[in-house]
Design a protein around this ligand. Structure first.
Ligand code: BGP
Length: 475
């Protein structure tokens, strides 16, 4: 074991993230303001762990002052959340704003600014209005792209003078992958063409919102938050390497390339056509994507994804799915977070950093989410009732260390944001896996309590130094 200390540059962000729907709760929500998540929870509550979901969440909408004080106590310099599209408007067609909800955001932003915490706002973290899914098929329709741009216009007009860091989407690939590719989530459909159509319309929406932001001359920057999975082949054999490249193409480059380079990878068009995946796009769409690239990307990095070449033949009657090209691979002995079922391997940060330098021209990026969800954390309470989450401290330290090393090596990594500030609700897993620096005690009116990691994070920010113990090879 050896101790290492590394300096944290002054312009390197140290913050945490959450989203509107995972924290705010339905208090004050009006009829007709359901999001896709709300509708799913109403339809199929039994798939949500212990029945918890977005209905109360952490009740942030009523307790944000207390929570901003806790952000300050943890030393956060930045906090990212989303604006809930489904609640920000009363009418999605005319973009009539809900004054009551909008004024809550004004108060929240003012409170954060007064506390020295920079707000980072995302326009969509799965909060597609349910009625737009019903009426138009959600992001499958270009009409929804237009309505989203109208919503963005209202948001910028309202907060553009006081928020400097904007993001269009959080993980734009996730909803359609779970709903239309894998049919694991309501409304459970399997339609690869529709999946690609959602991907394309979200890429188009990103470009159009970037265009709108720049045309409005708003100060600050506009980015997007993606979740590229660092994908490792089982072996260096060409068939395994190809499996990893294919996974990367269909799930990572499909968003990374349009956002940063302004183009889809040529191979994606070829393969989608070859497999009869039908999606509509125009030359005008592609020109918009090329002309309006984001200023920065936030990358959500949690685990490595390992794949191998498929070992079975594709059934001729099964419609195309990217899994045609790969199978998942589990490395025996890998280090795991058993609560979440995700492998832990901090080297993903170094790999992604090198990739951003080499394949994306050292484009500005930051870790927008990284964290560790643990079940039944109450078992780690000390006598004073404080959760001793040393595993989380170690997890953060190891990943942050990789990010700082990348930064020292000249890679344009601008910060580290933890998922999450407090424990909060996840899709389906609800409050099962706890991610927060702050505990939300469901047994006691959602009382907030700092965990050991919250004090550690504070000291990290105050000292601008990370000290960690690294495992050496056994002698
Ligand atoms: C990311 C999402 C977050 C959050 C996080 C934790 O993919 O952006 O919203 O939920 O994952 O994962 P999970 O909630 O599935 O445990």
């Amino acid at each position: 074991m050896s101790n290492v200390t590394i300096e944290i540059p002054h312009d390197f962000m140290l913050g945490a993230a959450a989203s509107a729907w995972q924290t705010e709760g339905w208090s004050g929500k009006k009829a007709g303001q359901d999001s896709f998540l709300d509708a799913w929870y109403q339809q199929d509550r039994h798939v949500w762990h212990n029945g918890y979901g977005p209905a109360i969440a952490t009740d942030f909408i009523n307790r944000y002052r207390e929570d901003v004080a806790l952000m300050k106590a943890c030393g956060l310099t930045h906090y990212r959340t989303s604006i809930n599209w489904s609640r920000f408007l009363l009418d999605y067609e005319t973009a009539q704003m809900d004054e009551e909800y909008a004024s809550y955001y004004d108060r929240l932003i003012d409170e954060m600014l007064a506390s020295g915490i920079e707000p980072m706002l995302c326009l969509e973290h799965y909060e597609l209005p349910a009625v737009l899914l019903e009426k138009y098929g959600g992001w499958g329709s270009k009409k929804v792209v237009d309505l989203f741009v109208r919503y963005a216009e209202q948001v910028f007009a309202h907060y553009g003078h006081k928020v400097r860091r904007w993001f269009v989407f959080n993980e734009p690939i996730v909803v359609q992958t779970r709903v239309y590719l894998d049919a694991l989530r309501w409304p459970y459909q399997q339609d690869t063409s529709l999946w690609m159509q959602w991907n394309h319309h979200k890429n188009l929406a990103t470009a159009r919102v970037v265009q709108l932001f720049r045309a409005g001359g708003w100060p600050g920057s506009i980015g997007t938050i993606l979740n590229p999975e660092v994908t490792w082949p089982r072996s260096s054999a060409p068939h395994d390497v190809k499996a990893a490249e294919m996974y990367d193409l269909f799930y990572n480059r499909v968003f990374l390339d349009p956002a940063i380079k302004g183009v889809y990878p040529a191979q994606l068009f070829t393969l989608l056509a070859q497999h009869q995946v039908r999606w509509s796009y125009s030359d005008e769409d592609l020109a918009l994507i090329a002309a309006h690239r984001v200023d920065e990307v936030g990358l959500n990095l949690y685990y490595p994804h390992r794949v191998k070449a498929p070992s079975r033949a594709w059934h001729p009657e099964t419609p195309f799915h990217p899994a045609y090209y790969y199978e998942h691979f589990e490395l025996p002995g890998r280090r795991m977070n058993p609560s979440r079922g995700w492998e832990i391997q901090p080297r993903i940060v170094a790999d992604m950093a090198a990739r951003m330098r080499d394949e994306y021209d050292n484009f500005p990026w930051f870790i927008a989410e990284n964290g560790m969800g643990i079940e039944n954390e109450a078992r780690f309470k000390n006598e004073q009732g404080e959760i001793q989450d040393d595993y989380r401290i170690a997890f953060i330290a190891e990943h942050l260390h990789e990010a700082l090393l990348a930064r020292q090596a000249g890679i344009n990594c601008r910060g580290y944001m933890l998922w999450a500030f407090t424990d909060n609700v996840s899709p389906m897993n609800a409050f099962k896996n706890r991610y927060g620096l702050i505990e939300i005690d469901l047994e006691n009116q959602r009382q907030r309590r700092m965990k050991k990691s919250a004090h550690w994070f504070r000291q990290l920010v105050d000292s601008r130094q990370l000290t960690l113990t690294l495992d050496d090879e056994p002698k």
